[in-house]
Write a protein that binds this ligand. Structure first.
Ligand SMILES: [Zn+2]
Length: 258
């Protein structure tokens, strides 16, 4: 069911998606959805007695020669295998799916109506990276940023805005996760504001200086978290007899702002 919604063939060539550990024949009763395969999520899975963890980010992207418990990843995989907890990843294949990561993000920050990819596949106009949509009415950039912060799970950094706070915005592009590769695409699309994560000083500064859309930069984890319930709902809607849970553990890298 997950592979029907998020076909692995649509993942980027550098990505590592699909079943990371576990036996395809094992029974699954409880499925935990989380952004990151990290120790806190494994602990939550253990405590809830999950049989499967579905994460957005891969545990091993570049391969490894050891799963010994001498590294954080080795410890994690050992914990999962010892406790019969499978791990499955849907990463860039979930980004480009319809609905995918950025659809859930778009809804979380208040976009309504039809959403179209910011950068669609040449062979499929309804799938691709990012989404463009509209707010129900025109608001100021400051109001939109406050609404986006309200709609996303809380993190230490909150959201940051680049641009004139009184600027009117209605047409919005969003991209879950690190979206700076889509800056020029967002500018070409003529949106009023682009919301993504992990923007750096120089690209952001130059983008705003050049008269591009305003920017809203949210925590990486927070921009992808809304997708978890969307993925879980696929299993729930199928009528299959599994319990789903979306991890509320904040696994963003930044744990405190001062
Ligand atoms: Zn990500």
């Amino acid at each position: 069911m997950l592979e029907a919604a998020y076909p692995p063939a649509r993942a980027e060539s550098w990505d590592a998606v699909g079943l990371v550990s576990g036996d395809p024949g094992q029974g699954v009763r409880r499925v935990l959805f989380a952004v990151d395969p990290v120790a806190a999520v494994a602990a939550e899975a253990l405590e809830w007695e999950a049989d499967l963890i579905v994460t957005h980010h891969p545990l091993y992207l570049r391969g490894t020669t050891s799963v010994a418990a001498t590294t954080p990843k080795g410890r994690l995989i050992r914990t999962l295998i010892k406790n019969d907890i499978a791990l499955y990843t849907a990463h860039t294949n979930a980004d480009v799916a319809n609905p995918g990561v950025s659809d859930a993000l778009a809804r979380a920050v208040g976009l309504v109506g039809d959403l179209v990819p910011l950068q669609s596949f040449p062979d499929d106009p309804w799938r691709g990276l990012g989404r463009i949509g509209e707010l129900p009415g025109e608001v100021t950039l400051g109001e939109f940023a406050a609404q986006a912060a309200e709609g996303l799970p809380r993190t230490s950094a909150g959201v940051r805005v680049a641009g004139d706070l009184s600027r009117p915005v209605r047409r919005v592009a969003v991209s879950g996760g690190a979206g700076d590769s889509l800056l020029e695409t967002a500018k070409a699309a003529g949106v009023d504001v682009f919301l993504t994560a992990d923007l750096r000083h120089h690209p952001a500064s130059e983008f705003v200086e050049s008269g591009g859309p305003a920017l809203v930069d949210a925590a990486h984890w927070a921009t992808e978290w809304p997708w978890l319930d969307s993925a879980a709902s696929i299993l729930r809607a199928s009528g299959v007899n599994v319990e789903t849970r979306v991890s509320a553990t904040v696994t963003d890298a930044w744990t405190r702002g001062y």
